[in-house]
Ligand binder design. Sequence first.
Ligand SMILES: *Cc1c(COP(=O)(O)O)cnc(C)c1O
Length: 237
Amino acid sequence: MSSIADNIGSVTRRIQKATLNAGREPGSVRLLAVSKTRPASDLKTAIEAGQTAFGENYLQEALDKMAALEGAEGIEWHFIGPIQSNKTRQIAEAFDWVHSVDRLKIASRLNEQRPTGMRPLDICLQVNINNEDSKSGCAVEDLEQLAAAIEGLPNLRLRGLMAIPDPDQPEADLRLSFRKLAKALASLRQALPAAGPLDTLSMGMSGDLEPAIAEGATWVRVGSALFGARAPKHSES
Ligand SMILES: *Cc1c(COP(=O)(O)O)cnc(C)c1O
């Protein structure tokens, strides 16, 4: 067995254990394999081990891998990186989910550019949960207005919220950040019950998936625990 397959097994067991410990339904947390900077051959190995959902941060790199893996059945592609408006068309054409929508301009473009004949694009709103200057994401206070504006867009399906909490905070604060995102989703559901399924919390990564699951994560986005440590990132073209 390859080490990627071993890692998928051990991360899956971590997810199962955390789900059980939280008293949540088995299978209610899905594993998104974050494959940025990894070659298509690593994804192929993961696919052979049963992984179906992949998260990518860089558009061109993702498109290259999609082309290389063409013919792989049942793969779901999730865009999870910052979005420049000149990239929305290709994202709308090639991806199943986008976790990193943080402003109306991007949502409107994805809605307009989603090809007719494809099912609506599943999206999450990215929230800057710790109000970090350096982070993309919508402020919690602005979520309701953004979701209300997205409610009328027919080619998008608003699934929920995504956040990348500040990893340098103490563990107790990290857990509170996950809880804050879960509360923001609950308020949104109450304020805008028809805005979309609002059934998704995309939170938790290699180092903190347990507290995220304890607070209600439905997608955990895991990179290094599956594929190993990443080399420093090149700049995006
Ligand atoms: C890279 C990345 C991850 C995965 O991080 P790991 O610590 O390697 O698990 C998750 N989410 C986003 C948005 C990322 O960019």
